[in-house]
Design a protein around this ligand. Structure first.
Ligand SMILES: [Zn+2]
Length: 86
């Protein structure tokens, strides 16, 4: 698949590091956290950038483009704002 490696991504040529990064965004990461705010609104959290995802079961994070896997969502851990950082 040499030709695929030579395809530019966002105007840049692939370097091995960039290639790994680009591929990793396309491998689904499971959504494992739900953030619950004080007014009891709850949002899934992106497993990569930890931003709130406004809609459930979207295929990609709209902030970072990470592909999402919802298989484990029913086991997701509830977090509160401010508790996600140590
Ligand atoms: Zn994200």
């Amino acid at each position: 698949m040499k030709s695929e490696l030579e395809n530019p991504i966002m105007g840049q040529k692939y370097t091995p590091r960039l290639f790994i990064k680009a591929v990793s965004y396309r491998i689904p990461l499971p959504v494992r956290k739900i953030i619950v705010y004080g007014d009891n609104t709850a949002y899934p959290l992106c497993p990569r950038c930890e931003s709130a995802i406004e809609r459930e079961y979207v295929f990609f994070c709209d902030q970072c483009g990470q592909k999402l896997n919802w298989d484990l969502f029913e086991y997701a851990k509830v977090v509160r704002p401010g508790s996600k950082r140590k």
